[in-house]
Design a protein around this ligand. Structure first.
Ligand SMILES: Nc1nc2c(ncn2[C@@H]2O[C@H](COP(=O)(O)OP(=O)(O)OP(=O)(O)O)[C@@H](O)[C@H]2O)c(=O)[nH]1
Ligand SMILES: [Mg+2]
Length: 301
């Protein structure tokens, strides 16, 4: 007998930097969410759609839980916790390197317990630990909640099939909510902004990258004189201070060139056409406290 088609909504939740976005990209097999070896990389809920033979999974990446210091980071945390209420099942990601339930994980766990929702515990970064410590960690968490399953993985490698199988078990019978070629709810502009920010995170250090946001001012498809497709993108990297601006631009513009040419190469792969990318740097000192901007760009809609 044909299996009944299942579909539903799933949310990834976890502390910052545990590998949620890496796992999302791995599950969707597309670069939907940017990743970085820095905290607070994801700033808003990012939806992705996974199409399987017998199911469609609508999965949302969320900002990592951390101690909030600005209006922006408080909004990010609110987004992550709000998403827990809106899904059929939760994927709680923790790091294999933990040997106890830390403060952040405890906060998340309490919200999951409160939600009473089916939850899969994903223990990520198993490549960094010995098997014995992993078993001890599983034991600690098993006592806290009746997890539907506990899956140790390394999101950097391809461990996605087992995660998809476990999610499918928890989904209700349902329709295909999205067309098969739709894999994210982000617009091309948003994907471009995030890609530029990803390169800024990659090439900048200390507090500079955390104070950056990107605004695409122009995004125009056109034909070159030879008839080739090309997209003109003008973008601005906003930062918190004049000194940061100097660092982002670098000696004779070298750092900005590095950021923009790396972003351009990735965007050309992503969109499959030539990109003409121009990037400027401007200072906007208080943007992380600017409610209008936060509501427009980052708040859960
Ligand atoms: N060693 C190892 N590193 C990993 C693994 N998965 C992810 N990482 C790395 O962990 C860092 C953080 O990954 P992200 O996917 O950006 O983490 P995140 O949870 O989305 O972080 P936020 O968006 O800040 O909440 C990156 O440098 C990843 O390459 C893994 O399985 N093993
Ligand atoms: Mg992330």
């Amino acid at each position: 007998m044909e299996k009944e088609f299942k579909s539903g909504f799933v949310s990834l939740v976890g502390r910052t930097n545990v590998g949620k976005s890496t796992l999302l990209n791995n599950l969707v097999k597309e670069q939907v969410a940017i990743t970085a070896n820095k905290t607070q990389t994801t700033r808003t809920a990012i939806k992705a759609i996974i199409n399987n033979k017998n199911s469609q999974i609508i999965i949302t990446d969320t900002p990592g839980i951390h101690k909030p210091k600005t209006k922006l980071s408080q909004t990010m945390i609110d987004t992550a916790f709000t998403m827990l209420g809106e899904v059929d099942c939760i994927l709680f990601i923790i790091e294999a390197t933990s040997n106890e339930i830390g403060k952040g994980d405890r906060r998340i766990l309490d919200k999951i317990i409160e939600s009473k929702k089916p939850c899969i515990l994903i223990i990520n970064k198993v490549d960094l630990v010995e098997k014995e410590s992993l078993l001890a960690l599983i034991d600690i968490y098993r006592k806290e909640y009746d997890f539907s399953s506990i899956i140790p993985i390394s999101a950097l490698n391809d461990d996605s099939d087992v995660v998809i199988e476990e999610i499918e078990k928890l989904l209700p019978v349902g329709p295909k909510y999205y067309e098969e070629d739709e894999y994210t709810d982000q617009t091309s502009r948003q994907l471009a902004e995030e890609k530029i920010r990803e390169k800024a995170l990659k090439f900048l250090n200390d507090e500079v990258p955390h104070g950056v946001y990107v605004e695409v001012e122009k995004f125009v498809d056109r034909k070159t004189s030879k008839g080739e497709d090309i997209i003109d993108i003008d973008a601005i990297i906003y930062c918190l201070r004049e000194s940061h601006k100097g660092i982002i631009i670098g000696k004779a513009g070298s750092k900005l060139k590095q950021i923009s040419s790396c972003a351009r190469m990735d965007l050309e792969k992503m969109f499959g056409v030539k990109i003409n990318l121009k990037v400027w740097v401007k200072v906007k000192s208080d943007w992380q406290e600017n409610e209008n901007l936060i509501n427009r760009k980052f708040k859960l809609k």
